[in-house]
Design a protein around this ligand. Structure first.
Ligand code: PAF
Length: 285
């Protein structure tokens, strides 16, 4: 695998390797098994794979979060060297390489960004769209692989691709979980031991909430989730919503749900100072 840091090097790599339009796995580094599952899916289906490692400043609405975001480049490259092939590459650009000038673009995703993360992290999805479009322009992938843990991000990127990158196939990959069900995330390594020990409760709560759909109303399910999360010391629920897959429209009553559609129960919470998200497919089936 090659490690490239500039747009010029990417162009040169395409020129000498003849292949272009790789399968693309964008990441912010601090890689874990979840990322590796995306890379495995990409290497299975694409003759060339590009992985980017770039902590994108424009998607952090909280400057402390950006500062504290784990950066483990050496370990990341070590991990990738075990799975990427000779012609594959890792793109590790600087902020100046991605944003030679401040990115003033404003993306409007309408109702897709007026719920959940869009409400609690203002500007976040604009930053995600800026960096993903910039990376798509540089890498020019045929397919891009995203984890389903960032469920709302995936929907927004699908919309971005539909509008501006119709040739890029967006491939959703299942959530990879720790032994106790905690969804893998780069942020997990920042959890305090006592919070990490309790964090398996998040997924158990999602499973229980999902099973309640046939017998309870949505406000009762929301209350159940809030009670169960908030009773863990230092845990605080930010939101729990059941939303329809493609519109992300929150459902407020089971009567609104159609057996033909897919729904997801989405949760965001604080475990001490660390913000975690997760989701589970649910519905009337
Ligand atoms: O999901 C992430 O890690 C990031 O939001 C992404 C898609 C790499 C953009 O910075």
């Amino acid at each position: 695998m090659k490690v490239l840091t500039t747009v010029k090097e990417v162009r040169e790599h395409y020129r000498i390797s003849v292949l272009r339009n790789p399968g693309f796995v964008p990441t912010m580094g601090a890689l874990h098994e979840g990322h590796l599952s995306l890379v495995a899916k990409a290497t299975d289906s694409c003759r060339m794979v590009a992985v980017s490692i770039f902590v994108n400043p424009t998607q952090f609405n909280d400057p402390h979060d950006l500062l504290r975001y784990p950066r483990t480049l050496d370990a990341d490259l070590e991990m990738l060297s075990g799975v990427l092939r000779e012609n594959d590459f890792v793109f590790v650009p600087s902020v100046e390489e991605i944003y030679p000038e401040p990115d003033m673009r404003r993306f409007d995703f309408g109702d897709l960004e007026r719920v959940m993360e869009g409400v609690h992290r203002p500007g976040h999805f604009n930053g995600v769209a800026q960096v993903v479009s910039r990376l798509f322009d540089i890498i020019r992938p045929s397919a891009a692989f995203f984890g389903q843990k960032d469920f709302q991000q995936l929907t927004i990127i699908r919309e971005l691709a539909r509008r501006e990158y119709p040739r890029v196939e967006i491939i959703a990959c299942p959530i990879v979980r720790e032994h106790d069900g905690l969804a893998m995330s780069s942020r997990n390594r920042r959890l305090l031991t006592q919070h990490r020990e309790k964090a398996g409760e998040i997924y158990r709560t999602l499973i229980a909430a999902s099973a309640m759909i046939s017998d309870y109303e949505i406000p009762e399910i929301r209350e159940f989730v809030a009670d169960r999360i908030n009773m863990i010391p230092d845990f605080r629920l930010e939101y729990f919503e059941i939303v329809e897959e493609s519109t992300l429209k929150p459902v407020n009553s089971v009567i609104e749900m159609s057996p033909e559609k897919k729904y997801y129960g989405c949760i965001a919470l604080w475990a001490g100072e660390i913000r975690l998200i997760d989701n589970i497919e649910t519905g009337l089936r």
